[in-house]
Design a protein around this ligand. Sequence first.
Ligand SMILES: [Zn+2]
Length: 70
Amino acid sequence: MNFPDAADEAAAREQQMIEVALANRPRPAVEFTGKCHYCEETISKGHYCDAGCREDHERLLWAQKQRSVA
Ligand SMILES: [Zn+2]
């Protein structure tokens, strides 16, 4: 990339550093909502009311991902 002056280049570098920092940031755990992510049943901990919901939801997310790729 060519920049007409140093200020533009510094700004671009700063922007790139921010993007790298964001990309490398550890992903926050899925937020605890108090509800099963799949059937929305009220739960006291975790993200699903039971293992079956977790499996079904993971399958659903996987299927959505496959669709968006295809
Ligand atoms: Zn559930």
